[in-house]
Ligand binder design. Structure first.
Ligand code: BTN
Length: 330
């Protein structure tokens, strides 16, 4: 579905009024369209699940927003600098990363984000499945075509992780932390994961798909047995539900800003300091499985390439560039 700019503009006007009335004439003047056109756009919004009250002497007011993911709503809520972002909101898809890849292969303009309420083949790192039923969570994939060398991408997922962490903490009033390289953790349980998939052409990055699975509104009872002790959601931690469209729009704005900072290189000034601040592994005894070998040490932060540094018992340092570490002792 392509997005109708006038629908977005009308919705923005109505949202800004926070439930107050606006006359059809005022809307028509602000949007530079006829009153009949205002009415027909409002009918289109009604068909998407928005409800309005119309009072003869006062005009219209917004009384109901769609509960499910809505393209017009997310676009209307995007912060101003992110308004060039194309939003695709779906009910279900195999994987938002796969859909973003298909659209890139189809030469679609970037940046764009594919959001879905469910995924039938959601994937995580290391070939794992990302559990994605219809339970109020958010599955998003951002697509970019950066003009940078692949070597420069080594800190990309870490930078996005920090930004996701700060954004979620501000929006939902929780204390999430980052776990190297791509997890968001609240009180020891995973609340989000990031999967970055990039395609390379010789010494140039062709495109990047940045996938984020964020557990927003799933109830404690909604996890399969193998996940219930290791996964949580923002609603479980904050004790209230969140407006999924507002979360998607706020996150999208933040990710776009973080991407721009990464591409211009301005992230370098704060990357290390922010990582140290939110790093859940820092100072902890951790171990890494590499083939049959287990490497243990104290996590002391990241190096300039984004590798995790382990200080071993003999005082030497070991750089972990890939894989997954587990905390041995708190
Ligand atoms: C991980 O922790 O292993 C990363 C999980 C990433 C999951 C997200 S959900 C949206 C996007 N689509 C996918 O198929 N995967 C990513």
């Amino acid at each position: 579905m392509t997005i109708d700019d006038k629908d977005v503009l009308i919705l923005k006007e109505l949202l800004a009024l926070k439930g107050d009335f606006v006359s059809g004439n005022t809307l028509a003047e602000r949007l530079d369209v006829s009153r009949v056109s205002v009415w027909s756009h409002m009918e289109k919004l009604r068909a998407q699940g928005f409800e309005f009250e119309a009072v003869r002497s006062k005009g219209y007011r917004l009384t109901q927003k769609p509960a499910s993911l809505n393209q017009t709503m997310i676009t209307a809520l995007l912060p101003r600098p992110a308004q060039q972002l194309r939003v695709i909101a779906l009910d279900t898809i195999d994987s938002t990363n796969s859909e973003a890849e298909r659209q890139l292969a189809d030469a679609q303009k970037t940046p764009f984000v594919v959001c879905s309420r469910t995924q039938s083949a959601g994937r995580g790192r290391m070939g794992r499945v990302w559990h994605s039923p219809e339970n109020g969570n958010l599955y998003m994939s951002f697509a970019f075509r950066p003009q940078i060398s692949p070597a420069k991408l080594s800190t990309f997922t870490l930078w996005i992780g920090i930004n996701l962490c700060e954004c979620v903490n501000n929006l939902c009033n929780v204390d999430s932390l980052v776990k190297w390289p791509n997890d968001l953790i609240v009180k020891g349980k995973k609340v989000a994961g990031i999967l970055t998939e990039a395609r390379m052409d010789a010494d140039q990055t062709r495109d990047i798909v940045l996938g984020i699975g964020l557990n927003v509104n799933s109830p404690a009872s909604g996890w399969p047995a193998e996940l219930s002790s290791i996964a949580t959601s923002l609603s479980q931690e904050a004790g209230r539900e969140f407006d999924i469209n507002r979360v998607a729009a706020t996150l999208a704005g933040r990710i776009l800003q973080a991407y721009d900072q990464f591409i211009e290189g301005s992230h370098w000034t704060t990357l290390k300091e922010k990582w140290d601040h939110f790093d859940v592994l820092r100072g902890k005894q951790v171990s890494l499985l590499q083939g049959d070998a287990r490497i243990s040490g104290t996590a002391t932060g990241i190096d300039p390439h984004g590798a995790l540094i382990l200080e071993r018992e003999d005082g030497t340092h070991f750089q972990v560039r890939a894989g997954e570490v587990t905390i041995e002792k708190q």
